[in-house]
Design a protein around this ligand. Structure first.
Ligand code: SER
Length: 312
């Protein structure tokens, strides 16, 4: 029997595009989309969809059995800014959903897991530039604590129970198909919408706040690439550093001004500034490049061009 995939969180910023990409790769009927709410028309109309609560082990198990699922991509999570508002809820969702999927694999009900980690695993004591794969990790946000803890559990389930779980530390992700929600890096998506609509943007991070970022196409490529790698190529079973771009709001505004010359930006940092300040400015992802051949393709100006063309 071939591969059958379940995406949990198919209505979200990554899940939506990942579902369509995997359906294209493996066939529409082989990729079951699920979320607590309905997904985009593209996802709803192109293949199977199930309403599913990532916190409900029995509900996930039922779908896994019914569709004979082999691989699960767990894309449901509460992101950094929202989790600061609802700490216990964020912790609960992020951890319970991960344990549900890890335990399904431990019970041999599924074969392979993708679970995303984040640059949020790093904290204020982490070296800021070219942050290494192995370094100080003292996350100071609820989201970061949940991702750091999740990484430890992934490695534990791999070592102790042989679970094939693979993970990458996504940087901020920029896309035009689905809006992100509740993240600290969301400004880098917002800004394009406002640039086209109002020719101005009020940014919730300061001008010089440099963060690691990536265009969604690269993120999807990385996700499918790490899942296709042979098990022995995956030398890190917590999560791989992954990098493409590093820029700050001022630099992003300059890139946008090449298309919209009268675009203006002002800065009104809010509580998200402290979150951003606790994260690295750039990431050393040489281990991912070496172990499973990761390579990013999209530059800042290429991304801006695609974003503006598609949002117009
Ligand atoms: N983009 C995410 C956030 O801002 C980081 O993983 O929360």
């Amino acid at each position: 029997m071939g591969k059958r995939i379940l995406i949990i969180g198919a209505s979200g910023q990554i899940g939506n595009e990942l579902t369509m990409y995997l359906r294209n790769m493996y066939g529409n009927q082989k990729v079951i989309a699920s979320d607590i709410r309905e997904a985009s028309d593209a996802v709803m109309e192109s293949g199977p969809f199930e309403i599913l609560d990532a916190m409900d082990y029995n509900a996930i198990e039922k779908i896994v059995t019914r569709y004979e699922i082999t691989d699960v991509y767990l894309m449901a999570a509460m992101l950094s800014a929202t989790a600061e508002k609802f700490p216990m809820k964020g912790w609960d969702l992020n951890m319970t959903s991960l344990f549900n999927v890890l335990n399904l694999a431990k019970e041999n009900k599924i074969k392979k897991i993708f679970w995303p980690s984040s640059i949020a695993v790093f904290g204020p004591t982490t070296p800021k530039t070219n942050t290494a794969q192995h370094t100080v990790m003292e996350p100071s946000t609820v989201y970061g604590i949940s991702k750091q803890t999740g990484e430890r559990w992934c490695e534990y389930y791999h070592n102790r129970y042989g679970v094939d779980v693979r993970s990458i530390r996504y940087p901020g992700l920029i896309s035009y198909k689905t809006l992100p929600g509740g993240g600290t890096t969301d400004y880098a998506v917002d800004i394009y919408h406002k640039a086209l609509k109002d020719k101005s943007y009020s940014c919730f991070l300061g001008a010089k706040t440099t963060l690691p970022m990536m265009f969604m196409d690269d993120a999807i490529r990385a996700t499918t690439k790490i899942m296709l790698a042979a098990p022995q190529e995956i030398k890190i079973r917590n999560a791989y550093n992954l990098a493409a771009l590093s820029f700050n709001p001022e630099e992003l505004a300059i890139s946008i001004q090449k298309h919209i010359p009268d675009f203006t930006i002002e800065y009104e940092p809010d509580f998200r500034q402290a979150i951003a300040d606790s994260w690295p400015a750039s990431i050393d992802d040489s281990q991912a490049r070496k172990d499973w051949g990761w390579k990013h393709e999209v530059s800042l100006d290429q991304m801006t061009e695609v974003m503006i063309d598609n949002l117009k």
